[in-house]
Design a protein around this ligand. Structure first.
Ligand code: HEC
Length: 194
């Protein structure tokens, strides 16, 4: 498998680089720490609010909330993160075109999909070194909960279907099943920003 091979080579050369350069090791550690912090903050904020709305008014209210507030809540989290750090969600099959991956991000998502197809259990995170000072921390998002399928599975509820079709005319984020890779949280960390 080509992708498996290239991933193995990438990780091998990355670990060689780290072994040879202790400063890089410290930098990578701080990247992972910041990535974990940023992704947790976003998932907690979005997930917590979604749960609340679901309890208050069911999936339709949660849907309305998600489509109105996901962007604002993400920006709020970004304001709380240090300068040079930004978090977002991406997917190859996105609902909101604003969550379409950039070229490098699409490659990573495709590699993760390919690994999954080869029965690899995905890691909690991976790190891409974009250039000398910029890193991207990816947390793969796998659909684990049935509740996700209310809005991302084979949707049965006609109200939900209608609202999604109205607000997202080019929606691709349907027909998922439990265990599918839904996308990733990406935390971009620019070490040149002090
Ligand atoms: C009540 C409906 C609803 C439920 C339940 C729901 N989502 Fe979504 N999801 C949405 C909407 C609406 C968007 C688009 C938000 C926007 O406009 O930014 C979205 C966007 C996303 C995105 C961003 C990428 C994209 O497609 O635009 C990811 C990732 C995601 N959802 C994952 C999940 C996961 C994982 C679960 C289960 C824990 C879940 N969703 C449950 C409605 C829902």
């Amino acid at each position: 498998m080509n992708i498996l091979k290239s991933l193995a080579i990438v990780s091998l050369s990355a670990s060689l680089l780290i072994a040879a350069n202790p400063n890089k090791n410290a930098e990578l550690k701080s990247v992972v720490k910041m990535g974990q912090k940023g992704s947790k903050m976003l998932l907690k904020t979005l997930g917590g609010n979604m749960k609340k709305k679901m309890k208050e008014g069911g999936p339709l209210k949660a849907l309305d909330f998600c489509s109105n507030e996901a962007y604002n809540l993400t920006e709020k989290v970004n304001k709380r993160l240090p300068r040079g750090v930004r978090v977002k969600r991406i997917s190859l099959k996105f609902r909101n075109p604003a969550n379409a991956p950039e070229a490098d991000e699409a490659k990573i998502l495709k590699a993760l999909e390919s690994l999954q197809k080869n029965n690899v259990i995905l890691p909690n995170h991976i790190v891409e070194k974009v250039d000398n000072k910029v890193y991207k921390f990816y947390k793969p998002l796998v659909i684990k909960k049935k509740v996700c399928l209310k809005c991302h599975g084979d949707i049965k509820d006609t109200d939900i279907k209608r609202v999604i079709a109205d607000r997202y005319p080019i929606d691709k984020a349907k027909h998922y099943k439990i265990g599918d890779l839904r996308g990733a949280v990406v935390v971009t960390i620019d070490k040149s920003v002090k």
